[in-house]
Design a protein around this ligand. Sequence first.
Ligand code: CP
Ligand code: NVA
Length: 290
Amino acid sequence: MTAPRHFLEVDDLDANELLTVLDLARLPDPPPVLAGKGVALLFEKPSARTRNSTEVAVFELGGHPVTMRGEEVGIDTRETAEDLTRTLACFHIAIAARVFDHAHLERMAAVSSVPVVNLLSDRGHPCQALADLLTLHDRWGSFEGRTLAWVGDGNNVCQSLIRAAALTGMRVQVATPDGYAPDPAGAAVLTHDPAEAVKGADAVFTDTWASMGQEDEAAARRTAFAGFTVDDALMAQAKADALFLHCLPAHRGEEVVPSVLDGPQSVVWPEAENRLHAIRGLFLFLFGTA
Ligand code: CP
Ligand code: NVA
């Protein structure tokens, strides 16, 4: 039996495979490659976009999604991550999970006979990065010579974006407060000055200052991130036609002001819609288009 193809991070795909997934995301009349199959979707944290886009993608490809909340299955409390994975693999063609601890995904992948897909962990959000690349590619037609800026927390979404940019040959400039830099930062250029990060940028990204699981730190983070709000003055220092992206959910008045999030440079709604096309493209890649 060949080993299953997992997608725990963007760079589990090589550069050509990544472009193939983006092409497949736009395939008209996708074939029902999941016909008669189940896909297990496990969520240890809340979700609107990821759950809905993944469930609909599975349905569009002829499959049946089974969504579970973490407390229903109890990873490492009711049974081990390994036993849960072996069980789900009896019923499903793939297992997709949103977890607090990325190590759980690695343990699941290590024993799984079917692909394991990361729907967000403390370390990365690769399905979001696919949708973000698709959004940029739709606008630009290619990634060549482009510069991305990230302003705010060097979090899971930032870390996957850095990997995605490396695979597609884009430069990334990241501004975070001291102590909040992405780790690993890869080839990203790091600064503590938002203006420096957005200089020359073709797209400006941000995300919440307190990710799921960091709610207790929210007040301290609001203080630490003062000066890191993406506002009109900051956008004016990027390229004149720079796009604004945010994975959502957004906190208007914290990491971004309403006039940017809801303004003419924002592509957050196509970005949200592209979560569906991107995950459908990934499933078509994993399970063949024949
Ligand atoms: N962007 C994103 O992953 O949104 P959800 O947390 O609502 O799934
Ligand atoms: N960084 C955020 C992303 C939410 C989609 C979080 O992990 O909560």
